[in-house]
Structures are given as C-alpha cells and as structure tokens.
Design a protein around this ligand. Structure first.
Ligand code: ZN
Length: 465
C-alpha cells in the first residue's frame, strides 16, 4: 500500500471546500483497499469482446451494490450481452430542472495476445503496488472508481440535489449495438441526464519528456467513419489482361485516397489544449493555435497532434481474388476514417469518392456517427478545475483534450447531456501504451487517486441544483 499517496489524500481531504459543504470523513486507506479488491476480482472475469460475455462482470457489480443496499437493474441484450444500471435518488429538494449525473463505463475489453504479457491478463495480479490485467485502464478501473463514488455517496448520506446514476454497459469496443444502443432502445429514461463522466481522457504524469501532473478533460472526440469500398469488374484469364480488372481499379483508387492531403483544422478543444500547453511552457508561448501553418508544422513531427487536427484515413484491409492466374471480378477494401467533430461525414465521403475518381466504385458505411461536443463552460468543468486546484495548487493542471478515438459519450451528447472524458489518473507514456496493448495495468496510487478525485467532483456537482 502506498503510504505517500495516503498522506496526500489526508492533506487533500482537509483542503477541499466548495459546494456541498466540507466533505464527509472518508477513510481513504480503507476505501483504496476496497477498490483494489473489487477491481482485482472484476479483472479476473474475462469480458473479451468479441464475444463479450459481460453478464458475469455485471453480476459482480450487482452483488457489490446489493451488499450496500443499492438496487440495480440488468439490461439483457441476449447471448450474455448484459449491461447494469443503478440509481441513487436525489435526497435534497430535487427540482425538475436538475437532471441526473451519469457515471458511465463499459464492461467489455479488447482481446489480448497473452504470449506478450508478463502474467495472465485475467489474473488481476497484484505486485509492487500495481494491478495487472486487461481492462485495468480501459476501463474497468474507472468503472470501479465510479462504483466506489456511488457507494460512498450512499454510505455517507451525501447531499444529492439530482439523481446519481451508475451505468456499466456491454459492447463499447465493438460499437455499442448490444450495449449503449440497446439501452437507448429499451431504457431511454437512462438518457435523461445533465452530466456524464466517462472515458475519453486520461491524465499524464509525464508529457513531452517532462515530469508533470496533467488531468485531461475531454469535451469531444473524433467521429468514426468506417467505410467498405467495392469495385465490380469483369473476370478473365490472367494471360489476357483487360481494362475491367476490379482489383487493378481498386488499387488505383486506394493509392489516390492514401496520397491525399487533408486540410488542417483546429477545433475548439484542440485550440484550448494548445493554449493551455503554451501557458504552462510545454510549447512556445508565442504559438498561435489559430495559425494553421504553425499547427501543420507541429503536426508533421507529432502523429498524435496530426490526428487531432486532420480528418484521417487508414487503409486497413483489402480482399480480392484467390487464384494466381484468374482476374478477379470484384475487389473490396476497408478504410478506418476518423473525422473531426465538425466535419460533415456526407461531404467527407463525397470528397473521398471524388479523389478515388473511379466511376465503378461503391462506398458503404460500416459505422458512422457524429461524436458531438460538450461545452467547456459548465459546472462539470468548473468542479474538475476546482478540485484539481484545491488538491494540488500549482503542482497540477487540467487540460482540455480531443480524443482521437470514440466512446459511448456520443449517445449522451445526442440526447442533450454534457458528456466528458475524465479518468483522473496520472499515467506515464509507457502505461498509456498498454491500453489496447500488452501488460495493461494500473497502480494502486492511481486507483486511489481516481476514487478520491472522482468522488469529490461528483459530490460537488450533485450538491448543485
Ligand atoms: Zn474504452
């Protein structure tokens, strides 16, 4: 157990003020141990998607909630694809305008390549203050922080002027058909919310080669526009080439699409991110985030920043033919396109079609949604900033981020809620690289830190009508 972190909690505990009065006397040492044990057991439940099998994970969460006297509901989409919700009702003069806060997470995890792991990815091993396992960061760890927040609110009778909803869903990693979209169809009441906290932004303990403490807060994310391209031609004998070779045409189309340059575009969250970094000395203070040439130059040396300032296309598969001496009659390929939150997907697809310049090309959308965006001027943003400032003073800061990946938050943004990525842990570059990779893990310090900060942010939000 990390004594230094616990000392930090006690100091921080005394420091917190803000709406809702002084915080309850939480024993963060015990709470941390509780979170560790809940997470280890959660990680031992294999919810790899596909096939998912989230039911066992949800039952684990349901049993813990039941022990605390909190009712929950399972949402069964069939074949073991289960999500779980629980609600703490407002207990202090809720008004109709004060809609719930939703703590959102997903139960499923991405597949593993166990041969590259130092331990069994589903062991929940605890060693040297670190908990190992697929999902520890993405995102069972955050799910446990949210669960602990709900439990502490119940145990300590925290003043709630709005309902507090816990929602852990299936199938996020494969697009949410059996998870968030199933909930939208069968339990739309869960979408009646003001604020949502979810994945979509981590924090950094090092950034651009410097030790630091940066808490990421994500008001938006790039939108997926996954495409399947198909061309039909004419079959033939390989010994007699002709001009209707589908594979040849597709390859030309793909080469044109891959070579195309997309415009640089700085969206408001990225502008806010760059301004924050400039004010903290991570990029030159004179940097003008609205100057596209400068941003283009920065993006050319940093693939991550390039992705955040452009619509992007990755060619991911091609399928055609089967025999060396037969000209195939058709060919298809898939493209993983990620577009900026304010790019129109119809216009983007039309633009790709124009670039490909092949009249026979058909483009099918496999997955496409608009991620939407939330305001950076809301009580959520104020609470996160205040809690980080009160806990750390000048030692840490909050940075707006745009996530290059997408999350289930888009479903809530479409329903009118302000949804944010906010996983309050401070990760090294190496730890960040384990998400969807090998040896995913979370330190006990980070798990405890996340529980404490999330609880304090939610407590303040809940106290405001
Ligand atoms: Zn995730």
């Amino acid at each position: 157990m990390a004594i230094s972190a616990i000392g930090g909690f006690q100091r921080a505990h005394r420091a917190y003020t803000g709406p809702g009065g002084p915080p309850p006397l939480v024993n963060w040492l015990d709470t941390g141990e509780e979170a560790v044990s809940i997470l280890r057991e959660y990680l031992r439940i294999d919810t790899t998607n596909p096939p998912g099998g989230e039911e066992a994970g949800c039952i684990h969460l349901r049993d813990i909630l039941a022990r605390e006297g909190i009712d929950s509901e399972l949402h069964d989409a069939g074949n073991g694809r289960v999500s779980i919700s629980a609600r703490l009702a407002a207990n202090d003069g809720a008004s109709a305008s004060a809609k719930p806060i939703v703590l959102l997470s997903h139960v499923d995890v991405v597949p593993v390549e166990p041969e590259h792991w130092r331990c069994d990815p589903f062991s929940g091993d605890l060693e040297d203050g670190v908990i190992w396992g697929r999902g520890s960061l993405d995102m069972k760890g955050m799910g446990v922080m949210e669960l602990i927040t709900l439990i502490l609110a119940k145990r300590h009778g925290v003043r709630l002027r709005r309902d507090l909803v816990f929602l852990a869903v299936a199938d996020e990693e494969e697009g949410g058909h059996h998870g968030i979209h199933h909930i939208a169809r069968t339990a739309p009441g869960l979408f009646d919310a003001s604020f949502v906290l979810n994945e979509g932004a981590y924090g950094f303990s090092e950034f651009m080669g410097r030790q630091t403490k940066i808490f990421g807060l994500g008001p938006s994310e790039k939108s997926p526009c996954w495409l399947r391209l198909r061309i039909s031609g004419a079959p033939g004998h390989g010994s007699v080439p002709h001009s209707k070779n589908a594979l040849a045409k597709l390859v030309v189309a793909l080469a044109r699409i891959d070579a195309a340059e997309h415009r640089v575009h700085v969206t408001p969250p990225v502008e806010a991110m760059l301004r924050t970094l400039a004010s903290k000395g991570f990029v030159p203070e004179e940097l003008d985030p609205t100057d596209e040439a400068t941003v283009q130059m920065l993006g050319s040396v940093d693939a991550h920043l390039h992705a955040l300032t452009h619509d992007t296309v990755s060619l991911t598969s091609i399928r055609s033919g089967g025999k060396l001496n037969v000209i195939p009659a058709s060919a298809e390929a898939t493209l993983d396109c990620r577009i900026l939150p304010d790019t129109d997907s119809d216009a983007f697809v039309a633009h790709l079609n124009e670039i490909a310049d092949q009249p026979e090309l058909e483009i099918e959308r496999v997955l496409s949604h608009d991620s939407g965006g939330s305001s950076m001027d809301t009580p959520v943003v104020a609470a996160v900033n205040a809690v980080v400032a009160e806990r750390y003073g000048e030692e840490a800061f909050v940075m707006p981020v745009l996530s290059p990946g997408f999350t289930d938050s888009h479903a809530y943004r479409h329903a009118g809620a302000e949804a944010y990525g906010f996983i309050p842990v401070l990760l090294t570059r190496e730890e960040l690289s384990t998400i969807h990779g090998h040896n995913e893990r979370i330190s006990i310090d980070n798990l405890q830190l996340g529980c404490e900060i999330l609880f304090e942010v939610v407590r303040r939000l809940a106290a405001q009508g």
